[in-house]
Structure formats: C-alpha cells, structure tokens
Design a protein around this ligand. Structure first.
Ligand code: G
Ligand code: G
Ligand code: MN
Ligand code: NA
Length: 262
C-alpha cells in the first residue's frame, strides 16, 4: 500500500527525523547519553514509529542508507552536545546510542562508513554506542562478528539490545565484543507492582551479577516509576532509560536535561 511505495524516496525527501531518549546513571541521576530513535513524518499518515517501517526498510534494503543517515545525524548531534557540555560534567561528555539492524551488520561498508562519519564530525569513537539485538547475533559466525570486533577495537561500545528475550546463550557472550547489556523492558515491568515479582528480582539479580563478573555494564529499559528505578538501582543496574525520566523527544530537550541533571 502507500507506505511501500513512499518509503524508497522518503529519505531523499527528508521525511525522517530522530527523537532522543536520555540514558540516566542510576547511582547519581545524571544524564549520560541518549538513544537515537528514528521516526518517519509521512505526508498523509503523520508521524510513524520504527515498528511501522523498519521491517519494510530492512526488506527493501533502504535500511542501509537510512541507517547511515541516522548515524550521521545523531553523531552531528553528539558533537553539538559535546561542545555544550563536554568539559562541564564529571561523568564526561554525553554519548549517543544508535540501533543497528542485522542487514547493516552484514553490509561491507559499515566500519568504513562509521569511521568516516566520526572523523568528519570530529567525534571520538568512545562517544558512540551501537545497539545490536541479541537475536541478530544468535548463531552469528565469525565473519558477521568481525566488523563489530573492529568497531570495538576502535573504541566504539557495543550494546546487546533486548537482552533476555531471546534464547540467550550466556556462554556466547564471551565471544561477542559487547560492553553493555540492555535488559529488556519485560523485566522492568515485573518491578512495577509492590512488592516486585520475586522471580523477576532473582533473574535480574543473576543477570547483573553475571554481567559485572564479565565486566559488562547493565542498562535497563522501560523504567516508568521512581519505585522501579530504586529497585533496579538496589539490584546493581548501572544505567536506566524510560518514561520516568523522559519520553523520546527532540534534541533540544536533552540540552535542558543535561544542564539540570548533570
Ligand atoms: O521508540 P520506539 O518505538 O521508537 O522504537 C522501537 C524500536 O525501533 C527500537 O527498540 C529499535 O530497536 C528500533 N529502532 C529505532 N530507531 C532505529 C534505527 O535508527 N535503526 C534501527 N535499525 N532500528 C531502530
Ligand atoms: O531499542 P528499542 O527496542 O528498545 O527501543 C526502545 C522502545 O521502547 C521505543 O519504542 C521507546 O519508545 C519505548 N520506550 C521507551 N521508554 C519506555 C517506557 O518507559 N515504557 C514503555 N512501555 N516503552 C518505552
Ligand atoms: Mn535499542
Ligand atoms: Na530494546
């Protein structure tokens, strides 16, 4: 239908935009970075979320140029944030998280594109975190992992997104150049009631212990209440993201958040 025919040219028409959702340090409440989340301002249908067009973009191959655009645009934003806040915060400059589709991972230009985008913007690789879903890496062979290893060696952080939803082979983690586990929203939902679901508490506690013993940081998604945030902080999670702190929003909002909370 309409989306299928309009999508291939939406990029050149400039119809995509990015919202940013802050990543907050659970220990001190400071904003440490933001996740870039792409949206499509469709001329007839209005704003569409990624679930409405990312699968289609993956199917048609548009995801490669679209993903490159998201990277370019959000790194430009990271540069702007660094110029504003870089030297002010003890926690260091804000970092930007960008989602990668499996097709981008297998695209041969990924490493080169990323290097060029960072260099052109004058942004250090350690300002960038690439999020890859656990399912994209299940059964990945060494060829698929090679670009991730190269990016990690350069200083780019790799996060395992939606962690805990797939058939996580925990031993597999040692093979992956991952520094961060992003715990899926479903675990956070188990902390919503009081007292929290005891099984969810045990699972999260176990994941945090394992992650820390492997030198991985744990980010939690979908934090909607202060009680959840407190529970997850007690369990040892490092960073949080969710509506309790901020919904995804325009980049300007992060200027204010960083100023208030940093
Ligand atoms: O905020 P929300 O509905 O916007 O995002 C839903 C999912 O869409 C995210 O969890 C993420 O996996 C995916 N997503 C958002 N932005 C991008 C992007 O730029 N590239 C890819 N590949 N996926 C994205
Ligand atoms: O990368 P990923 O699939 O995790 O993208 C995050 C998704 O989760 C986005 O669609 C975003 O809008 C959504 N989201 C972010 N914060 C919250 C939250 O606190 N609660 C819920 N239910 N969804 C959230
Ligand atoms: Mn993500
Ligand atoms: Na996720």
């Amino acid at each position: 239908h309409g989306l299928t025919t309009a999508l291939p040219t939406a990029l050149e028409r400039g119809e995509f935009f990015i919202e940013y959702q802050p990543l907050v340090h659970l220990g001190d409440g400071s904003v440490r970075g933001a996740e870039a989340l792409v949206r499509w301002l469709h001329p007839q249908h209005g704003v569409l979320g990624p679930d409405r067009f990312i699968p289609l973009a993956e199917h048609t191959g548009l995801i490669v140029p679209l993903g490159r655009w998201v990277l370019e645009e959000s790194i430009r934003q990271a540069r702007a944030w660094r110029e504003r806040h870089g030297e002010e915060s003890d926690a260091g400059p804000l970092r930007i998280n960008v989602n990668l589709s499996p097709c981008q991972l297998s695209h041969p230009g990924l490493v080169q594109d990323t290097v060029e985008i960072l260099e052109r913007a004058g942004v250090a690789p350690d300002a960038l975190c690439l999020e890859v879903t656990e399912s994209a890496l299940i059964g990945a062979d060494d060829d698929l992992l090679k670009p991730l290893h190269r990016l990690a060696e350069m200083g780019v952080d790799i996060a395992l997104d939606d962690f805990g939803t797939g058939y996580s082979n925990l031993a597999n983690l040692r093979r992956l150049p991952v520094r961060i586990l992003k715990l899926d929203r479903s675990f956070t939902q188990g902390m919503q009631q009081f007292p929290a679901d005891p099984v969810d508490l045990k699972i999260v506690e176990g994941i945090v212990t394992l992650a820390h013993s492997l030198d991985l940081a744990v980010t939690v998604e979908g934090v909607e209440t202060g009680a959840q945030a407190e529970q997850l902080r007690i369990l040892g999670c490092d960073t949080a993201q969710g509506w309790y702190y901020a919904r995804p929003g325009p980049p300007e909002r992060l200027h204010d958040l960083a100023l208030v909370d940093a």
